[in-house]
Design a protein around this ligand. Structure first.
Ligand code: FES
Ligand code: FES
Length: 161
C-alpha cells in the first residue's frame, strides 16, 4: 500500500508492506534512527513518537495506520541546530546517560507539557510511566521536566522531596 505521511513537517509518500511497523518504517525506510527499539512489544517506550500530537509506541503501530497523519520524532525536536527547551533542560540536569531511552522520553515529555504546561511531580511520573530508563533513576529526568516547565527556582533549586 502507498501511504502519505507528514514526518517532522516533511511530506513522504512511500510504498509499505502491511506488516511493517511504524518504528521499522521510520528507522529503515525513512532513515530516522532516533526512535529506538528496546522491547519491540509496547513495554519500554524507547520508540515513542507523537502521532497527531499523542505519544504512541511506534513498535505497536503499523506504518499503514499513519496514512494521512502527522508523525513527530525526536529528530524534529531541535530546530535549525538549536536544542529545544526540553533538550536543554535534560542536558542541564544530566538526565541523559546512555541515551537509549532519551528520544522516547523527550517525546513523552513534549506531549505531557503540551497538555499540562506545569505538571506536578506526580503528574510528571504519570506522564513518563511508559518510558523506562535503566540509567538515571528518574530523579534527574523529573528535575529536567520541572525546569523545562519553569518550576525550578534558581540554580539547583529543586522543589520536591
Ligand atoms: S520498543 Fe516500542 S515500547 Fe519498547
Ligand atoms: S539514559 Fe540510559 S536508559 Fe535512560
Amino acid at each position: 500500500m502507498t501511504i502519505s505521511v507528514t514526518i517532522n513537517g516533511q511530506a513522504y509518500q512511500r510504498e509499505v508492506a502491511g506488516h511493517r511497523t511504524l518504528l521499522h518504517f521510520l528507522r529503515e525506510e525513512v532513515g530516522l534512527t532516533g526512535s529506538k527499539e528496546g522491547c519491540g512489544a509496547g513495554e519500554c517506550g524507547a520508540c515513542t513518537v507523537l502521532l497527531d500530537g499523542l505519544a504512541v509506541n511506534a513498535c505497536m503501530v503499523l506504518a499503514v495506520e499513519v496514512d494521512g497523519r502527522k508523525v513527530e520524532t525526536i529528530e524534529g525536536e531541535a530546530k535549525g541546530g538549536t536544542l529545544s527547551a526540553i533538550q536543554e533542560a535534560f542536558n542541564r540536569h544530566h538526565a541523559v546517560q546512555c541515551g537509549f531511552c532519551t528520544g522516547g522520553m523527550i517525546m513523552s515529555v513534549r506531549e505531557l507539557l503540551a497538555r499540562n504546561p506545569k505538571p506536578t511531580v506526580d503528574e510528571i511520573k504519570e506522564g513518563i510511566e511508559g518510558n523506562f530508563c535503566r540509567c538515571t533513576g528518574y530523579q534527574q529526568i523529573i528535575e529536567a521536566v520541572l525546569d523545562a516547565s519553569g518550576q525550578l527556582t534558581g540554580k539547583g533549586g529543586v522543589k520536591y522531596a
